[in-house]
Ligand binder design. Structure first.
Ligand code: XMP
Length: 512
């Protein structure tokens, strides 16, 4: 989508680069992340209103230091260097950076001097967050210091429209950091507040119509947030030209098919084709216990079923997908330790090229929180827009040991209780994920006068910001007691419920 005004963020490998982009967009200005290697001509061609140089793990003096095209300093654009970005200003514009033996890490107090537009509307003393090794010891030519901290006389520097910050305005530990970034994009770059949910929807509807014309689009609707919002947006743009296919692989949560039908087919009037492939999937998965084998089988069967179902939709030439911005950001490894390359998920395999479908990906520019706002604005219900992540291979990776229909049924029933109680208590929307795991472990119990020998359910409830790290959520005991009692009383075949109290790392969120 052609944003009318944009800020470009050059990525030098900071773990916070995406956070910078989100803060800028929260200020209602579109922002793009580009690798630091992007040639200046390419940057110029994108016609940005300003540049931000991100932080990064390297030292500007190290041999492998990521260095941008020097032409960026001649673009006559406002530039904000953050941390490593500011040290680049030091290195290239005639200052001096000192390598320090220790990182300065943690909270600090910023004292603002003078009247820079960057700090307009902010108090003269601000809490800020530092995380840097090197430090600017001599200002680059023509620059002045506009703020100091306990440890640094040059915590913020400026020469006209080129600014540098030693600290991180993008993180939550710098409570007024959003205002600093908003001042940069609005007051210094002169951007207007044009990046809004409504303007995005309006513009992408035009673009989808233009791209698709009179042709048909098929989209695999899983019931997850991304495919749901993509479906709703495409439907708003092209109505009946969109046909959604939902594959029931027998590994979905309780009532999943019914709720997708209710929201999309009945509610929105969208064309939805549900393929019941339960027997096909479960037949292939029967008695398989190796997690990677399960994932492979599920990926393969999905492609088969989806391809077959799409053949029945005549004249479809586009495939709709809920790809998000973090999946398309190009990342470059820095010091062999790129934040963005930590994990590429073992997802349900892509569709084969032989399907010869052109892609339409209306959410390619959005972060997850923006996708949720779009979903809400399109009228999707809260339980859809704010639902927790659910793995592509579904309940299969939560059913340990050899798979069987009986075990999946036990798991599905127990999981429905976890979700229901979490929703009733209000915790469902506060945690990252909450679900049940089937353990193929039988233990002894008593029920009335009888001894039982039945399976175990583990309850996994975690807090996380991005699934990279997670901690088990401290849920009040009475809620856990209710979950446990209900599972044992209502789910046949279970006589024991245990709570998973491991963090990630070293454990993972899912059990497989
Ligand atoms: P782990 O278990 O690796 O999970 O800590 C991190 C996040 O990824 C989800 N997950 C998956 N998602 N296909 C997916 O689409 C998968 O195979 C898969 N495995 C894990 C998990 O639910 C968590 O949100």
């Amino acid at each position: 989508m052609e944003a009318s005004e944009r800020i470009i963020i050059l990525d030098f490998g900071s773990q916070y680069t995406q956070v910078i982009a989100r803060r800028i967009r929260e200020a209602k200005v579109y922002s793009d992340i580009l690798p630091y290697t992007t040639p200046v001509e390419e940057i110029r061609a994108m016609n940005p209103k300003g540049l931000i140089l991100s932080g990064g793990p390297a030292s500007v003096y190290s041999k492998q230091a990521p260095i941008p095209d020097e032409g960026i300093f001649e673009l006559d654009l406002p530039i904000l260097g953050i941390c490593y970005g500011m040290q680049l200003l030091g290195k290239f514009l005639g200052g001096k950076v000192e390598r320090s033996a220790e990182r300065e890490y943690g909270r600090g107090t910023l004292k603002v001097k003078g009247e820079s537009a960057l700090f307009k509307g902010l108090p003269k003393e601000l809490e800020i967050w530092n995380s840097h090794g090197d430090k600017l010891i001599k200002l680059p030519k023509g620059f002045k210091s506009i703020a100091t901290t306990e440890n640094s006389p040059h915590a913020a520097i400026q020469k006209d429209k080129i600014l540098g910050l030693q600290f991180h305005p993008e993180v939550a530990h710098t409570p007024r950091g959003s205002k600093i970034l908003s001042n940069f994009v609005h007051r210094i770059c002169g951007c207007k507040r044009t990046w809004t949910t409504e303007s995005f929807i309006e513009q992408s509807i035009q673009e989808i119509r233009q791209q698709v014309g009179k042709e048909k689009v098929i989209l695999g609707l899983s019931g997850g947030v991304d495919s749901s919002v993509a479906a709703a947006l495409l439907h708003r743009a092209i109505g009946k030209q969109l046909v959604c296919i939902m594959v029931d692989n027998g590994l979905l949560r309780a009532n999943e098919v019914a709720s997708v039908k209710r929201i999309f087919a009945n509610g929105l009037g969208l064309k939805l084709k549900v393929v019941d492939a339960t027997d096909q999937f479960l037949g292939k998965l029967s008695r398989v216990s190796d997690p990677e084998k399960k994932r492979k089988i599920i990926g393969r069967e999905f492609v088969k079923v989806f391809e077959e179902a799409s053949h029945e939709i005549r004249n479809a030439s586009f495939l709709g997908q809920g790809t998000l911005y973090p999946d398309v950001i190009e990342s470059v490894p820095i010091d062999g330790n790129p934040a963005a390359l930590i994990k590429s998920h073992h997802n349900v395999g892509g569709l084969p090229k032989r399907m010869k479908l052109k892609l339409v990906e209306p959410l390619r520019q959005l972060f997850k929180d923006e996708v949720r706002s779009v979903g809400e604005a399109l009228g999707l219900p809260k339980e859809m827009v704010w639902r927790q992540p659910f793995p592509g291979p579904g309940l299969a990776v939560r059913c340990l040991g050899p798979m069987s229909v009986e075990r999946l049924d036990i798991l599905r029933a127990a999981d429905a209780i976890v979700v229901e109680e979490m929703k009733l208590s209000g915790y469902y929307y506060q945690v990252w994920q909450s679900f049940a795991v089937f353990l193929p472990v039988k233990s002894v119990g008593v029920m009335g006068d009888e001894r039982t020998y039945e399976y175990t359910i583990a309850v996994r409830i975690v807090e996380s910001l991005d699934a990279m790290t997670a901690d088990w959520a401290r849920i009040p005991g009475d809620i856990l007691a209710k979950i446990s009692n209900r599972i044992i009383n209502e789910v046949d075949g279970v006589n024991r419920v245990v709570l998973d109290i491991s963090s990630k790392p070293p454990a993972t969120i899912e059990w497989e």
